[in-house]
Design a protein around this ligand. Sequence first.
Ligand SMILES: NC(=O)c1ccc[n+]([C@@H]2O[C@H](COP(=O)([O-])OP(=O)(O)OC[C@H]3O[C@@H](n4cnc5c(N)ncnc54)[C@H](O)[C@@H]3O)[C@@H](O)[C@H]2O)c1
Length: 275
Amino acid sequence: MTNLEGKVAFITGVARGQGRAHAVKLASLGADIIGVDICADIDSMDYPNATREDLDETVRLVEKEGQRMVGRVADVRDQGALADAFGVGQAEFGRLDIVIANAGIVRLTDSDDRRSVWRDIVDTNLTGTWNTIEVALPALRENGSGGSIVITSSSAGLKGTATDNAGAQAYTASKRGLVGLMQSLANQYASEWIRVNTIHPTGVATGMTMNAAMETLFAAAAAGETTGLSTMQNLLPIEILQPEDIANAVAWLVSDEARFVTGIALPLDAGFSIR
Ligand SMILES: NC(=O)c1ccc[n+]([C@@H]2O[C@H](COP(=O)([O-])OP(=O)(O)OC[C@H]3O[C@@H](n4cnc5c(N)ncnc54)[C@H](O)[C@@H]3O)[C@@H](O)[C@H]2O)c1
């Protein structure tokens, strides 16, 4: 049985969806949580981000598991704000073992402002992940017994599909960029027992997929139109995964049971990537 007692995890995008599922799962295994979320919308997106109430609910759910959580509002694009938020958690818990760089955005409907869509997605998904690791790595190195960094990429980070949609292009490019970052860091820090891996989920039922903008695309795809979703089908007969499916896999990846696993791009995708 995986045991994370005494460990501390730093999770971005923690207010809902996969980030919340990671926080609750790791807490159920004994970890304390430092979590951040933007809790505000980004103008170029076509669906809402999480709210402060969502973040408070994550804190409540972690506490229900008997663990502590420092939850703060911070934008991963702002390294200073991220460092401040992480610092509060460090002051509280005094160590760090696990980083889950999970915050991310997408836009699959068209936009007249392609540049803003590209910039905001790359800034959040790629630069935001670098900021997250940059802020947390010193604490991870200090603990002296290694640690685990999990970077949330996507099935899009393994396989680019045909699209003229600026958001989908930015999403694929940013998520593929994370694989390069993961490989560099895995090579750099292996001697310190710091493991770095990417995960590549297929569609997951979260705020990113269950929203009005996505419903429009689903309806168009069902009517036979080519949309950003047309090429997104799993091999196994399962339409969409649940956040807990991803959290269960991550719980293993950050645990000592996976102590030999580093530098991998792990598909969690019902066969999507070989389809
Ligand atoms: N849902 C899917 O189908 C799917 C599939 C593959 C990968 N992913 C990836 O999984 C990760 C988690 O997404 P999710 O599915 O839980 O969606 P979600 O939209 O429910 O969660 C993303 C969270 O990140 C937060 N966030 C957004 N921008 C931020 C920023 N700049 N700074 C801090 N927080 C920010 C949001 O408020 C939200 O709480 C993302 O990286 C996403 O790209 C999602």
